[in-house]
Design a protein around this ligand. Structure first.
Ligand SMILES: [Zn+2]
Length: 425
Protein backbone atom coordinates (compact mmCIF):
# COMPACT_ATOMS: atom_id res chain seq x y z
CA UNK A 1 0.00 0.00 0.00
CA UNK A 2 1.31 3.45 -0.86
CA UNK A 3 1.50 5.94 1.96
CA UNK A 4 -0.21 9.28 1.40
CA UNK A 5 1.65 12.59 1.67
CA UNK A 6 3.12 13.29 5.10
CA UNK A 7 2.16 16.29 7.25
CA UNK A 8 5.48 17.82 6.26
CA UNK A 9 4.73 17.35 2.52
CA UNK A 10 1.36 19.03 2.96
CA UNK A 11 2.87 21.92 4.89
CA UNK A 12 5.58 22.44 2.24
CA UNK A 13 2.97 22.37 -0.51
CA UNK A 14 0.77 24.89 1.32
CA UNK A 15 3.69 27.22 2.04
CA UNK A 16 4.56 27.25 -1.65
CA UNK A 17 0.95 27.78 -2.71
CA UNK A 18 0.50 30.69 -0.29
CA UNK A 19 3.75 32.31 -1.38
CA UNK A 20 2.68 31.91 -5.02
CA UNK A 21 -0.53 33.86 -4.30
CA UNK A 22 1.48 36.69 -2.75
CA UNK A 23 4.19 36.58 -5.42
CA UNK A 24 1.83 36.68 -8.41
CA UNK A 25 -1.17 38.54 -7.00
CA UNK A 26 0.53 41.06 -4.71
CA UNK A 27 -0.59 42.04 -1.20
CA UNK A 28 -3.55 39.99 -0.02
CA UNK A 29 -5.40 39.74 3.29
CA UNK A 30 -5.37 36.61 5.44
CA UNK A 31 -9.14 36.47 5.01
CA UNK A 32 -8.83 36.37 1.21
CA UNK A 33 -6.11 33.71 1.45
CA UNK A 34 -8.41 31.64 3.65
CA UNK A 35 -11.13 31.64 1.01
CA UNK A 36 -8.83 31.32 -2.05
CA UNK A 37 -6.85 28.41 -0.63
CA UNK A 38 -9.79 26.66 1.04
CA UNK A 39 -7.91 26.33 4.32
CA UNK A 40 -9.02 27.36 7.80
CA UNK A 41 -7.90 30.55 9.50
CA UNK A 42 -5.55 28.93 11.97
CA UNK A 43 -3.74 27.05 9.17
CA UNK A 44 -3.33 30.28 7.18
CA UNK A 45 -2.01 32.01 10.30
CA UNK A 46 0.54 29.24 10.90
CA UNK A 47 1.70 29.37 7.27
CA UNK A 48 2.05 33.15 7.16
CA UNK A 49 3.92 33.05 10.49
CA UNK A 50 6.42 30.59 9.05
CA UNK A 51 6.93 32.67 5.89
CA UNK A 52 7.25 35.85 7.97
CA UNK A 53 9.84 34.25 10.25
CA UNK A 54 11.80 33.20 7.16
CA UNK A 55 11.74 36.79 5.89
CA UNK A 56 9.78 36.01 2.72
CA UNK A 57 6.65 38.00 3.57
CA UNK A 58 5.56 40.56 6.12
CA UNK A 59 2.16 41.19 7.64
CA UNK A 60 0.66 44.62 8.14
CA UNK A 61 -2.58 46.16 9.24
CA UNK A 62 -4.54 47.41 6.21
CA UNK A 63 -4.71 51.20 5.92
CA UNK A 64 -8.49 51.61 5.80
CA UNK A 65 -11.01 48.83 5.94
CA UNK A 66 -14.20 50.86 6.26
CA UNK A 67 -15.61 47.94 8.21
CA UNK A 68 -16.23 47.43 11.89
CA UNK A 69 -14.36 44.74 13.81
CA UNK A 70 -10.80 43.52 13.78
CA UNK A 71 -9.28 43.93 10.27
CA UNK A 72 -7.59 40.99 8.58
CA UNK A 73 -3.80 41.39 8.30
CA UNK A 74 -2.43 41.96 4.80
CA UNK A 75 0.40 39.69 3.64
CA UNK A 76 3.02 41.35 1.40
CA UNK A 77 6.05 39.91 -0.39
CA UNK A 78 9.44 41.05 0.94
CA UNK A 79 10.31 42.39 -2.51
CA UNK A 80 13.25 44.54 -1.45
CA UNK A 81 14.82 41.75 0.58
CA UNK A 82 14.40 38.53 -1.43
CA UNK A 83 15.45 38.67 -5.06
CA UNK A 84 16.77 36.77 -8.08
CA UNK A 85 19.00 37.70 -10.98
CA UNK A 86 17.42 37.55 -14.43
CA UNK A 87 19.55 37.63 -17.59
CA UNK A 88 18.58 38.10 -21.21
CA UNK A 89 20.87 37.30 -24.15
CA UNK A 90 19.51 38.32 -27.54
CA UNK A 91 21.36 38.99 -30.80
CA UNK A 92 21.44 42.78 -30.24
CA UNK A 93 21.33 43.19 -26.52
CA UNK A 94 22.42 41.88 -23.14
CA UNK A 95 20.25 42.70 -20.16
CA UNK A 96 20.45 41.91 -16.47
CA UNK A 97 17.86 42.69 -13.81
CA UNK A 98 17.62 42.21 -10.09
CA UNK A 99 14.01 41.19 -9.56
CA UNK A 100 12.38 41.11 -6.14
CA UNK A 101 9.84 38.58 -4.88
CA UNK A 102 6.52 39.76 -6.29
CA UNK A 103 8.10 40.39 -9.70
CA UNK A 104 9.41 43.89 -8.95
CA UNK A 105 12.34 44.98 -11.12
CA UNK A 106 14.64 46.55 -8.52
CA UNK A 107 17.60 47.33 -10.75
CA UNK A 108 18.49 46.80 -14.40
CA UNK A 109 21.49 47.11 -16.72
CA UNK A 110 21.77 46.77 -20.48
CA UNK A 111 24.47 46.67 -23.10
CA UNK A 112 24.30 46.76 -26.88
CA UNK A 113 25.73 43.62 -28.45
CA UNK A 114 27.01 43.33 -32.00
CA UNK A 115 25.92 40.35 -34.02
CA UNK A 116 29.27 38.65 -33.94
CA UNK A 117 30.27 35.18 -32.81
CA UNK A 118 29.02 33.88 -29.48
CA UNK A 119 32.04 34.44 -27.22
CA UNK A 120 31.15 32.57 -24.05
CA UNK A 121 33.87 34.13 -21.87
CA UNK A 122 33.15 37.67 -22.98
CA UNK A 123 29.38 37.30 -22.62
CA UNK A 124 29.33 35.63 -19.23
CA UNK A 125 32.04 38.05 -18.07
CA UNK A 126 29.89 41.08 -19.00
CA UNK A 127 26.72 39.61 -17.47
CA UNK A 128 28.38 38.64 -14.20
CA UNK A 129 30.09 42.06 -13.95
CA UNK A 130 26.65 43.72 -14.18
CA UNK A 131 25.32 41.38 -11.48
CA UNK A 132 28.26 42.20 -9.20
CA UNK A 133 27.69 45.95 -9.66
CA UNK A 134 24.06 45.52 -8.68
CA UNK A 135 24.92 43.31 -5.73
CA UNK A 136 27.31 45.90 -4.33
CA UNK A 137 24.42 48.35 -4.15
CA UNK A 138 22.16 46.06 -2.07
CA UNK A 139 21.58 46.27 1.67
CA UNK A 140 23.21 43.71 3.98
CA UNK A 141 19.96 41.94 4.81
CA UNK A 142 19.06 41.12 1.18
CA UNK A 143 19.25 37.56 -0.08
CA UNK A 144 19.64 36.24 -3.62
CA UNK A 145 17.61 33.04 -4.00
CA UNK A 146 18.07 32.19 -7.66
CA UNK A 147 19.28 33.08 -11.13
CA UNK A 148 18.01 32.31 -14.61
CA UNK A 149 18.70 33.39 -18.16
CA UNK A 150 16.58 33.84 -21.27
CA UNK A 151 18.50 32.96 -24.42
CA UNK A 152 17.51 33.35 -28.04
CA UNK A 153 17.98 29.69 -28.98
CA UNK A 154 17.09 26.09 -28.24
CA UNK A 155 18.04 25.11 -24.71
CA UNK A 156 18.38 21.55 -23.38
CA UNK A 157 16.12 21.41 -20.32
CA UNK A 158 18.35 19.00 -18.43
CA UNK A 159 21.53 21.10 -18.19
CA UNK A 160 20.98 24.56 -19.71
CA UNK A 161 23.20 23.87 -22.72
CA UNK A 162 22.30 26.14 -25.67
CA UNK A 163 22.06 23.51 -28.40
CA UNK A 164 21.33 25.84 -31.30
CA UNK A 165 20.93 29.58 -31.66
CA UNK A 166 21.52 30.57 -35.29
CA UNK A 167 20.79 34.25 -34.61
CA UNK A 168 23.21 34.27 -31.66
CA UNK A 169 25.66 32.15 -33.62
CA UNK A 170 25.70 29.74 -30.69
CA UNK A 171 25.91 25.97 -30.86
CA UNK A 172 26.36 23.46 -28.03
CA UNK A 173 27.32 26.15 -25.52
CA UNK A 174 27.33 25.22 -21.77
CA UNK A 175 25.93 28.64 -20.99
CA UNK A 176 24.16 28.06 -17.67
CA UNK A 177 27.10 26.23 -16.14
CA UNK A 178 29.61 28.90 -17.16
CA UNK A 179 27.44 31.82 -16.04
CA UNK A 180 26.86 30.09 -12.70
CA UNK A 181 30.62 29.66 -12.25
CA UNK A 182 31.30 33.30 -13.15
CA UNK A 183 28.61 34.61 -10.82
CA UNK A 184 30.12 32.72 -7.90
CA UNK A 185 26.90 32.85 -5.87
CA UNK A 186 26.83 29.12 -5.24
CA UNK A 187 23.55 29.02 -7.17
CA UNK A 188 22.77 27.11 -10.36
CA UNK A 189 21.64 29.27 -13.30
CA UNK A 190 18.53 27.94 -15.03
CA UNK A 191 18.36 28.67 -18.75
CA UNK A 192 15.32 28.86 -21.00
CA UNK A 193 14.35 29.90 -24.50
CA UNK A 194 13.55 33.63 -24.55
CA UNK A 195 10.18 33.32 -26.30
CA UNK A 196 9.10 30.45 -24.00
CA UNK A 197 9.97 32.57 -20.97
CA UNK A 198 8.27 35.68 -22.37
CA UNK A 199 5.15 33.52 -22.90
CA UNK A 200 5.30 32.47 -19.24
CA UNK A 201 5.72 36.11 -18.22
CA UNK A 202 2.69 37.28 -20.20
CA UNK A 203 0.75 34.32 -18.83
CA UNK A 204 1.63 35.03 -15.20
CA UNK A 205 1.80 38.84 -15.11
CA UNK A 206 0.92 40.31 -18.50
CA UNK A 207 -1.92 40.58 -20.97
CA UNK A 208 -2.43 36.79 -20.81
CA UNK A 209 -2.84 36.56 -17.02
CA UNK A 210 -5.74 34.20 -16.26
CA UNK A 211 -5.74 32.95 -19.89
CA UNK A 212 -5.11 29.20 -19.79
CA UNK A 213 -4.58 28.65 -23.53
CA UNK A 214 -2.43 31.17 -25.33
CA UNK A 215 0.27 31.45 -27.94
CA UNK A 216 2.93 34.10 -27.61
CA UNK A 217 4.95 35.01 -30.70
CA UNK A 218 8.23 36.82 -30.17
CA UNK A 219 10.01 38.76 -32.87
CA UNK A 220 13.66 39.59 -32.54
CA UNK A 221 16.07 38.96 -35.38
CA UNK A 222 14.16 35.71 -35.73
CA UNK A 223 10.73 34.56 -34.61
CA UNK A 224 10.24 32.49 -31.48
CA UNK A 225 7.17 31.28 -29.69
CA UNK A 226 5.75 29.90 -26.52
CA UNK A 227 2.61 27.79 -26.31
CA UNK A 228 0.65 27.70 -23.05
CA UNK A 229 -1.91 24.89 -23.11
CA UNK A 230 -4.21 24.27 -20.15
CA UNK A 231 -2.07 26.65 -18.08
CA UNK A 232 1.21 24.86 -18.82
CA UNK A 233 4.05 25.72 -21.16
CA UNK A 234 4.50 23.07 -23.85
CA UNK A 235 8.20 22.31 -23.73
CA UNK A 236 8.20 18.98 -25.52
CA UNK A 237 10.30 15.93 -24.62
CA UNK A 238 13.65 17.72 -24.27
CA UNK A 239 12.52 21.33 -23.92
CA UNK A 240 12.87 22.44 -27.55
CA UNK A 241 9.15 22.71 -28.25
CA UNK A 242 7.39 25.86 -29.41
CA UNK A 243 9.80 26.75 -32.22
CA UNK A 244 6.99 28.24 -34.26
CA UNK A 245 9.49 30.39 -36.17
CA UNK A 246 10.60 27.27 -38.00
CA UNK A 247 7.13 26.20 -39.06
CA UNK A 248 7.29 26.08 -42.85
CA UNK A 249 4.73 28.44 -44.39
CA UNK A 250 6.27 28.81 -47.85
CA UNK A 251 7.99 25.66 -49.15
CA UNK A 252 10.76 26.73 -51.49
CA UNK A 253 10.69 30.24 -50.01
CA UNK A 254 13.46 32.28 -48.48
CA UNK A 255 16.46 30.53 -46.91
CA UNK A 256 16.31 30.31 -43.12
CA UNK A 257 19.15 30.38 -40.59
CA UNK A 258 18.14 26.87 -39.47
CA UNK A 259 19.09 25.43 -42.88
CA UNK A 260 15.51 25.03 -44.17
CA UNK A 261 13.52 27.25 -46.54
CA UNK A 262 10.29 29.23 -46.16
CA UNK A 263 10.12 29.06 -42.36
CA UNK A 264 7.89 31.66 -40.70
CA UNK A 265 11.07 33.33 -39.44
CA UNK A 266 12.52 33.52 -42.95
CA UNK A 267 9.34 35.13 -44.34
CA UNK A 268 8.43 37.38 -41.41
CA UNK A 269 11.67 38.07 -39.53
CA UNK A 270 13.58 41.30 -39.49
CA UNK A 271 15.64 40.49 -42.57
CA UNK A 272 12.60 39.66 -44.72
CA UNK A 273 10.92 42.93 -43.80
CA UNK A 274 14.00 45.10 -44.31
CA UNK A 275 14.84 43.47 -47.66
CA UNK A 276 11.27 43.79 -48.93
CA UNK A 277 11.27 47.43 -47.89
CA UNK A 278 14.53 48.00 -49.77
CA UNK A 279 16.32 48.93 -46.54
CA UNK A 280 19.02 46.31 -46.91
CA UNK A 281 20.26 44.66 -50.06
CA UNK A 282 19.00 41.10 -50.50
CA UNK A 283 21.64 38.46 -49.88
CA UNK A 284 24.23 40.87 -48.55
CA UNK A 285 25.06 40.36 -44.92
CA UNK A 286 25.75 43.61 -43.12
CA UNK A 287 29.28 43.76 -41.76
CA UNK A 288 29.36 42.58 -38.17
CA UNK A 289 31.84 43.36 -35.50
CA UNK A 290 32.27 41.30 -32.38
CA UNK A 291 31.93 43.07 -29.13
CA UNK A 292 29.79 44.29 -26.31
CA UNK A 293 29.31 48.02 -25.95
CA UNK A 294 29.11 48.40 -22.21
CA UNK A 295 29.32 52.15 -22.61
CA UNK A 296 25.59 52.15 -23.20
CA UNK A 297 24.85 50.08 -20.16
CA UNK A 298 21.86 51.77 -18.63
CA UNK A 299 18.57 52.83 -20.07
CA UNK A 300 16.81 51.08 -22.88
CA UNK A 301 18.67 50.94 -26.12
CA UNK A 302 17.79 48.48 -28.81
CA UNK A 303 19.16 47.73 -32.19
CA UNK A 304 22.39 48.74 -33.77
CA UNK A 305 23.40 52.34 -33.43
CA UNK A 306 23.64 52.71 -37.23
CA UNK A 307 19.92 51.99 -37.66
CA UNK A 308 20.58 49.41 -40.42
CA UNK A 309 19.27 46.50 -38.39
CA UNK A 310 17.35 45.80 -35.23
CA UNK A 311 14.23 47.23 -33.64
CA UNK A 312 14.88 50.80 -34.76
CA UNK A 313 15.14 49.75 -38.41
CA UNK A 314 11.90 47.75 -38.14
CA UNK A 315 10.15 50.67 -36.45
CA UNK A 316 11.33 52.95 -39.26
CA UNK A 317 9.59 50.74 -41.86
CA UNK A 318 6.32 50.72 -39.88
CA UNK A 319 6.49 54.50 -39.47
CA UNK A 320 7.23 55.00 -43.17
CA UNK A 321 4.20 52.84 -44.02
CA UNK A 322 2.09 54.98 -41.68
CA UNK A 323 3.24 58.08 -43.54
CA UNK A 324 2.11 56.57 -46.83
CA UNK A 325 5.39 55.16 -48.18
CA UNK A 326 4.19 52.61 -50.79
CA UNK A 327 7.29 50.37 -50.67
CA UNK A 328 7.12 50.15 -46.87
CA UNK A 329 3.37 49.43 -47.03
CA UNK A 330 3.88 46.62 -49.54
CA UNK A 331 6.69 45.12 -47.45
CA UNK A 332 4.52 45.14 -44.32
CA UNK A 333 1.58 43.74 -46.23
CA UNK A 334 3.69 40.86 -47.58
CA UNK A 335 5.09 40.07 -44.14
CA UNK A 336 1.62 40.40 -42.58
CA UNK A 337 0.24 37.80 -45.01
CA UNK A 338 2.88 35.25 -43.99
CA UNK A 339 2.40 36.08 -40.32
CA UNK A 340 -1.36 35.61 -40.65
CA UNK A 341 -0.88 32.28 -42.39
CA UNK A 342 1.42 31.08 -39.60
CA UNK A 343 -1.03 32.20 -36.92
CA UNK A 344 -3.90 30.47 -38.77
CA UNK A 345 -2.02 27.16 -38.67
CA UNK A 346 -1.34 27.56 -34.95
CA UNK A 347 -4.94 28.52 -34.24
CA UNK A 348 -6.22 25.44 -36.07
CA UNK A 349 -3.94 23.15 -34.11
CA UNK A 350 -4.06 24.65 -30.61
CA UNK A 351 -7.35 26.58 -30.45
CA UNK A 352 -5.87 29.30 -28.21
CA UNK A 353 -8.01 31.88 -26.48
CA UNK A 354 -5.40 34.55 -27.19
CA UNK A 355 -2.44 35.14 -29.51
CA UNK A 356 0.06 37.69 -28.23
CA UNK A 357 2.56 39.53 -30.43
CA UNK A 358 5.71 40.60 -28.61
CA UNK A 359 9.18 41.95 -29.26
CA UNK A 360 9.56 43.32 -32.78
CA UNK A 361 6.37 41.49 -33.84
CA UNK A 362 4.39 43.99 -31.79
CA UNK A 363 5.20 46.73 -34.29
CA UNK A 364 4.87 44.41 -37.30
CA UNK A 365 1.48 43.19 -36.16
CA UNK A 366 0.21 46.72 -35.47
CA UNK A 367 1.34 47.70 -38.97
CA UNK A 368 -0.24 44.68 -40.67
CA UNK A 369 -3.24 43.68 -38.53
CA UNK A 370 -5.59 43.79 -41.54
CA UNK A 371 -3.49 41.19 -43.43
CA UNK A 372 -3.18 38.99 -40.35
CA UNK A 373 -6.94 39.05 -39.83
CA UNK A 374 -7.75 38.36 -43.46
CA UNK A 375 -5.39 35.35 -43.53
CA UNK A 376 -7.06 34.07 -40.38
CA UNK A 377 -10.46 34.40 -42.03
CA UNK A 378 -9.16 32.52 -45.09
CA UNK A 379 -7.27 29.72 -43.35
CA UNK A 380 -8.37 29.32 -39.73
CA UNK A 381 -11.43 27.21 -39.05
CA UNK A 382 -14.45 29.15 -37.80
CA UNK A 383 -14.92 27.40 -34.43
CA UNK A 384 -11.25 28.01 -33.55
CA UNK A 385 -11.19 31.65 -34.53
CA UNK A 386 -14.58 32.97 -33.52
CA UNK A 387 -13.60 33.68 -29.89
CA UNK A 388 -9.89 34.27 -30.57
CA UNK A 389 -8.37 37.49 -29.24
CA UNK A 390 -5.28 39.02 -30.87
CA UNK A 391 -3.23 41.17 -28.49
CA UNK A 392 0.16 42.84 -28.17
CA UNK A 393 2.52 42.17 -25.28
CA UNK A 394 1.84 44.27 -22.20
CA UNK A 395 5.26 43.68 -20.66
CA UNK A 396 7.08 44.92 -23.76
CA UNK A 397 10.87 44.71 -23.71
CA UNK A 398 10.81 43.44 -20.13
CA UNK A 399 8.89 40.25 -21.00
CA UNK A 400 11.97 38.04 -21.42
CA UNK A 401 13.59 39.31 -18.20
CA UNK A 402 10.36 38.93 -16.25
CA UNK A 403 10.05 35.38 -17.62
CA UNK A 404 13.62 34.55 -16.62
CA UNK A 405 12.88 35.86 -13.13
CA UNK A 406 9.82 33.58 -12.91
CA UNK A 407 12.02 30.63 -13.88
CA UNK A 408 14.48 31.61 -11.13
CA UNK A 409 11.69 31.92 -8.54
CA UNK A 410 10.12 28.58 -9.48
CA UNK A 411 12.12 26.50 -7.00
CA UNK A 412 11.53 29.05 -4.22
CA UNK A 413 7.80 28.66 -4.73
CA UNK A 414 8.03 24.88 -4.67
CA UNK A 415 9.90 24.76 -1.34
CA UNK A 416 10.21 28.24 0.20
CA UNK A 417 11.77 27.49 3.58
CA UNK A 418 14.35 25.03 2.29
CA UNK A 419 15.55 27.39 -0.47
CA UNK A 420 15.76 30.33 1.90
CA UNK A 421 17.65 28.31 4.52
CA UNK A 422 20.18 27.31 1.82
CA UNK A 423 20.50 30.89 0.54
CA UNK A 424 21.15 32.18 4.05
CA UNK A 425 23.63 29.43 4.90
ZN1 LIG B 1 14.00 27.88 -40.04
Amino acid sequence: MRAGPSQEDIRRHNLGALLRHVHLGGPISRAELTSKMGLNRSTIMALTSDLTAAGLVREELPRETGRAGRPSLVVRPESARVYVFAFDVSPDRLAVARVGLGGVILDRREAVRDRGAFELDELTGALSAFARQMRRKTRDDTVCVGAAAAVSGGVRKADGVVRFGPNLRAEEVPFGEELGRRLGLGLPVSVGNDANLAALAEHSRGVGAAVRDLIYLHGDVGIGGGIIAGGHLLGGHDGYGGEVGHMVVNPGGRACGCGSHGCLEAEVGERALLESAGRVQAGVQAAVQTGIHTGAQTGVQTGRPDGQQGRDAVRAVVEAADRGDIVAQEALSRVGDWLGLGVANLVNIFNPEMVIFGGMLREIYLGSAAQVRSQLTLHAMAPQRERLRLRTSSLGDAATLVGAAELAFAHVLSDPLEVLARANA
